[in-house]
Ligand binder design. Sequence first.
Ligand code: ADP
Ligand code: MG
Length: 323
Amino acid sequence: TEVLLEDLDHVGPATAQKLKDAGFTTIEAIAVASPAELANSAEIGESTAAKIINAARQSADVGGFETGDLVLERRKLVGKLSTGCTEFDEMMGGGIETQSITEMYGEFGSGKTQIAHQLAVNVQLPPEQGGLGGSVIMIDTENTFRPERIAQMVKGISDKHGIEYDPEEFLKNIHVARAFNSNHQILLVDSANELANELKNTEMPVKLLIVDSLTAHFRAEYIGRGTLADRQQKLNKHLHDILRFGDLSNACVVVTNQVMSKPDAFFGDPTKPIGGHILGHTATFRLYIRKSKGEKRIVKLVDSPNLPDGEALISVTTDGLGD
Ligand code: ADP
Ligand code: MG
């Protein structure tokens, strides 16, 4: 049976409500919070906050140590999702990995949403065709999900594999939710976990979570230096929630991120991803997408735990992603 916030020591009904209002809806969320963050949100003292966090940690069994053989056991289950592009797949060591966050950042129009759409199609294919035989959860913050685009891409892979796929069937396996603000976006990860649980033992378990865009709401809502720390803390918690989703469901997690221009950068590329260090350390793979000639795009692997940095040339056409 599920443990409720109210069941934790030091949490009364009023505190529970304040915590929920601040986005701490689960024991896990509290377990990974900092005392200062919790104290602020629930208007309680920091020492009480620390006690609540301890109680949550004991209850949720998070933050413990794991032996290397167990990590290896879980790593053996890592699946790879093909992008449909030869160079891109090779650069990624075979494809987008499950149990990791892959961040794509780039300017407006660089192709992040296109890649996300293509992955939402590819993941549904069987492993022989580069997929993971699973369904998709998409958290859409910018209202850029287009079912028509999915249909075009399904036609694209039909031509490519010489198999007549039904766009309707693919659309049925893409679960889209609009996120209206950052708090809503955070809450949607809980719903995503519930949906993944429901689909776990079906023919199409959830194998891909897309958050497009991860940072737009946070960027719009937290303006000015005073609120920056607060924003980073929320974003950090959100990232850990989605990473945990990837682990629990053995699913790929793909997030998009905008770039901000850095006018003081005289040398090199004057663009930097939003989100700063926290995002840099939590995203397992970071991809920088930029436009090239015509339909060509350059995907650069900027950061990875076990792969060399590299670049891949892809193209975005009406049929979808290709070489
Ligand atoms: P981002 O999410 O990085 O802001 P998008 O993924 O929305 O950018 O990329 C938009 C670009 O994708 C368009 O400018 C166009 O080049 C390409 N694109 C979008 N739809 C199609 C289509 N149906 N056929 C061909 N290219 C398309
Ligand atoms: Mg986009």
